[in-house]
Ligand binder design. Structure first.
Ligand code: AMP
Ligand code: ZN
Length: 119
């Protein structure tokens, strides 16, 4: 069922404390931690604590939590002092777009110049 923890999901395991992560922010519904393979000086993942497979599923199944993820992404940018220079919030959706973990997550990237279009 949507929102229920999935035993084989890496990010559900991080939420459960079964896999370690460098947590930088937490709210009632979200968790933010540093990406293990950072692509920029600031590279933080913001996830809903509940399991939803991708951003669109999250927005359809739990719109308030989708809003929480976006708010927290903005708070991360402020906390990491990337707010003024600009930062990027990315939701890779589907394997063809680079999604490797099928638990919705926002990448918050900043701290360097970010080219457009992305690769
Ligand atoms: P995506 O490829 O968009 O699904 O993003 C998944 C992200 O999770 C990648 O950027 C990985 O580097 C990151 N990642 C994988 N395992 C971990 C982990 N144990 N802790 C933190 N980040 C991770
Ligand atoms: Zn999950």
């Amino acid at each position: 069922m949507a929102g229920e923890p999935q035993g084989d999901c890496l990010f559900c395991k991080i939420v459960a404390g079964e896999v370690p992560a460098t947590v930088v922010r937490e709210s009632e519904t979200t968790l933010a931690f540093r990406d293990i393979n950072p692509q920029a000086p600031t590279h933080v993942l913001v996830i809903p604590k509940a399991h939803h497979t991708d951003a669109a599923a999250l927005a359809a199944e739990a719109p308030q939590i989708a809003a929480d993820v976006l708010r927290e992404a903005g708070e991360i940018a402020r906390q990491e002092k990337t707010e003024d220079d600009g930062y990027r919030i990315v939701f890779n959706t589907g394997a063809g777009a680079g999604q490797t973990v099928f638990h919705a997550h926002a990448h918050v990237l900043g701290g360097r110049g970010l080219t457009w279009p992305p690769g």
